[in-house]
Design a protein around this ligand. Structure first.
Ligand SMILES: Cc1cc2nc3c(=O)[nH]c(=O)nc-3n(C[C@H](O)[C@H](O)[C@H](O)COP(=O)(O)OP(=O)(O)OC[C@H]3O[C@@H](n4cnc5c(N)ncnc54)[C@H](O)[C@@H]3O)c2cc1C
Length: 503
């Protein structure tokens, strides 16, 4: 298999990110996107992890100033959960929350947070103050390098619009028509696809980014699907938005416990979007709409979206690589889908480069192992959220408590329950491939207030050192910059020049 020509089926976030990644990393490839504007895109996918900006800027080398102006993201410092026994807790991307250990304290942070988790790192202090970024001494917003501390809130259609422009600039060709059928080759892959305009396409490599329909991998190649519904019970969302007024722009995602699931709030510069993710075993669409109307009365024309959580056993079969919802999906509790898309694009591009554009079976096998492990890690991380949220007592939450399996996290949770939020299991219990690491797992266990047997009772000197650190973060955060002001600054080319030198 020598790859020179690539056909991408689908022009949602996944197809466009795949086309852009391949053309940026391997310009000699001939890449065509086939998509149907009649079928459209799913049009959700708004929260990210820091991996997405890192993919665009550090891996693909795209200009921060240009991308910021085009997609106008709101910086996301983390997720505020109104879950568990505390009024709320903040899960951030700083990597300096519960697993972090200061040299002048005998324990890692998790041991100091039994009572209060606020301002334990700079990001949570900023979230507390409602500010998005620290302010530099010259008055500019202090934007950390891509991939550190900050993720994005994106308006999906705006993001997709920009991705298409970026692809065209890179030399990707587009054809707007429907794929009607595909024929198999003799090697377990696809020989060609037939299009509604009467033409057909052959290619060395097909990317299936056709969304939940999974037209090539699922439908044509009939790859088996591993369902996660025994671990994750939600299968629908009702979502809507409205134009914002003068209210401040929150630099984080809000995740609130609801009777049969949870509700997100994602802030954009001009809009607010909310959505209720729920389980249809426990709630009808009408009941969900009624509950949603209480928390989001302004939401215009809320729409119900159905999904199933799970992944295909393999994402790369023969000459077909599925990326995005066509390969796997879990509900958006940690907003991981765009991150996984970027990871898949990177595994593929690096695999092609390292394999001299002739990937062999061991390359395909490794890609498929990464695909399975990444999705299974995410499933288990989400399961942890559900298992231990004891905020309200309803049939849905009782079921989550009683029936949610912890999968690969059984040992980690047992260790935590006996030993508290110790860092000792890092790498071993948290799993080397996990995108969340021990920091992520401890954030949820400590944040939700899951009891353990080894509470720490710090001496007054220790408390003094701990409080001084939190007060330091609070002071920086109090002088910080609100998102609206940061947007004004970061729209200007010369701000980025000053922040990044020549870039
Ligand atoms: C309720 C909900 C909330 C979500 N929130 C988030 C979030 O906050 N963060 C996040 O990262 N992700 C989120 N996601 C996941 C999100 O859907 C994906 O990140 C994302 O947008 C990927 O979409 P896609 O490109 O795979 O599929 P789609 O956007 O569905 O694109 C499919 C493409 O394939 C084309 N197509 C399909 N069939 C054919 C055919 N036969 N012929 C030609 N073209 C065809 C379509 O026209 C379209 O262009 C959420 C998902 C749901 C359901």
């Amino acid at each position: 298999m020598q790859v020179r020509t690539v056909v991408v089926l689908g022009a949602g976030s996944s197809g466009l990110l795949a086309a852009l990644t391949l053309k940026r990393r391997i310009p000699a490839l001939d890449v065509e996107v086939i998509h149907s504007s009649k079928l459209g895109i799913i049009g959700v996918g708004e929260g990210t992890t820091p991996y997405v900006p890192s993919h665009l800027h550090s891996y693909l080398g795209l200009s921060e100033a240009e991308v910021f102006r085009a997609i106008e993201p709101v910086y996301k410092l983390g997720i505020r959960f109104t879950w568990g026994r505390r009024p709320h807790f903040d899960y951030t991307f700083s990597g300096q929350q519960y697993d972090w250990r200061w040299p002048d304290l005998p324990r890692n942070n998790g041991f100091y947070t039994d009572e209060d988790t606020s301002a334990i790192d700079l990001s949570s202090a900023l979230m507390e103050s409602g500010h998005a970024l620290p302010r530099r001494s010259d008055g500019l917003p202090d934007v950390p390098p891509p991939g550190r501390m900050l993720a994005w809130h994106l308006e999906n259609r705006r993001f997709v619009g920009w991705l298409e422009t970026a692809c065209r600039k890179q030399g990707v060709r587009f054809t707007d028509t429907e794929m009607t059928a595909a024929s198999r080759d003799g090697a377990g892959g696809v020989a060609g696809i037939q299009l509604a305009d009467g033409s057909s396409r052959q290619a060395d490599l097909f990317i299936d980014s056709s969304g939940f329909g999974s037209r090539l991998l699922g439908k044509e190649l009939e790859e088996p699907f591993d369902d996660y519904s025994n671990a994750l019970f939600c299968d629908r969302a009702i979502a809507g938005g409205w134009d914002r007024g003068e209210e401040p722009i929150l630099p984080y995602t809000l995740s609130e416990t609801m009777k049969s699931g949870w509700c997100w709030q994602i802030d954009h510069p001009d809009r607010l979007h909310r959505g209720y993710v729920f389980s249809s075993d426990h709630l009808s669409d009408e009941q969900a709409a009624d509950e949603f109307a209480v928390v989001a009365p302004q939401a215009k024309d809320p729409r119900v979206i159905r999904f199933r959580s799970g992944r295909y056993q393999r994402a790369w079969v023969g000459n077909v690589v599925a990326i995005g919802n066509a390969a796997g999906f879990v509900e958006p509790l940690e907003a991981t889908a765009l991150m996984v898309i970027c990871l898949q694009c990177r595994w593929l591009a690096d695999g092609l480069v390292d394999g001299l554009l002739a990937p062999n079976p061991t390359m395909r096998d490794l890609f498929n192992r990464l695909h399975r492990q990444t999705w299974d890690d995410i499933r288990d991380f989400l399961a942890l959220h559900y298992k231990f949220n004891r905020r309200i007592d309803t049939p849905f939450w009782r079921r989550c408590h009683e029936e949610t399996p912890l999968g690969q996290l059984e040992e980690l949770v047992a260790f935590y329950q006996e030993n508290g939020p110790s860092s000792l299991g890092r790498g071993l219990l948290a799993g080397a491939t996990s995108a969340f690491g021990l920091e992520g797992y401890l954030s949820l266990l400590c944040g939700l207030g899951v009891p353990h047997q080894k509470p720490h009772h710090p001496a007054s000197k220790e408390i003094g050192i701990w409080e001084a650190k939190r007060n330091h973060f609070r002071k920086i955060a109090a002088d910080g910059m609100p998102m609206r002001e940061a947007i004004g600054e970061l729209r200007k080319e010369h701000t980025w020049k000053r922040l990044r030198g020549t870039r």
